[in-house]
Design a protein. Structure first.
Length: 199
């Protein structure tokens, strides 16, 4: 087993030994909101939003995009588990802006091994065969982080399975300062469309 494997299990032993009252948390998130954000290791959604276990749903993927699977999770989040607000949080210096769908498709067709980025762009150094299976995959890359937030908030807002009374807010997280910067256009397009009388 790898060093990482052993470290993870040791950390989990320590965590579970102090689990205590966390075993009594309820299934629905206590603060009734969901966060859609990037998988980037520099982002800790709990710390940036002041979350504890049981507070909110956190959905993560490459780029924090409103992909079909992210939308599936958001629908379950509100419909079955009672969330009432969504936060879309992208970030500065996102790796998804460093390549295009065409670039990653070419890299994967060349080799399935890890590629490297240098001053001249992406290079495939792999020795194993590649695959053209990625030609039909939309990797949801982008060039403008603020526009990607607007696009994702709008996609959520316009989804036929998400009611208009759920507000969707848009932010960019600055990886150099830890600050959330509101993308006002995203929050504007994500505003509640109609509000039921009981909310």
């Amino acid at each position: 087993m790898s060093v990482t494997f052993r470290e993870v299990l040791k950390a989990n032993d320590n965590y579970s030994s102090r689990f205590g009252d966390l075993s009594n948390l309820h299934l629905p998130p206590a603060r009734k909101f969901a966060v859609l954000t990037c998988m980037d290791a520099r982002i800790d959604p709990a710390k940036l939003a002041g979350l504890s276990e049981g507070d909110a749903h956190v959905i993560r993927n490459a780029g924090g995009r409103a992909s079909d699977d992210a939308l599936r999770s958001l629908v379950i989040s509100y419909k079955l588990l009672g969330t009432k607000e969504f936060f879309v949080i992208h970030h500065t210096n996102c790796g998804m802006a460093l390549f295009t769908d065409e670039i990653i498709r070419e890299l994967l067709a060349s080799s399935l091994d890890q590629a490297e980025l240098d001053a001249d762009g992406w290079k495939d150094l792999g020795l194993t065969p590649g695959s053209k299976a990625a030609q039909f995959t939309n990797f949801l890359t982008f060039k403008d982080e603020k526009q990607s937030v607007v696009d994702d908030v709008l996609r959520i807002r316009q989804h036929p399975l998400i009611p208009g009374y759920i507000p969707v807010y848009g932010f960019v997280y600055d990886v150099k300062t830890g600050r959330l910067i509101e993308v006002e256009e995203a929050t504007r397009v994500g505003a509640r469309l109609d509000i039921p009388p009981d909310l």
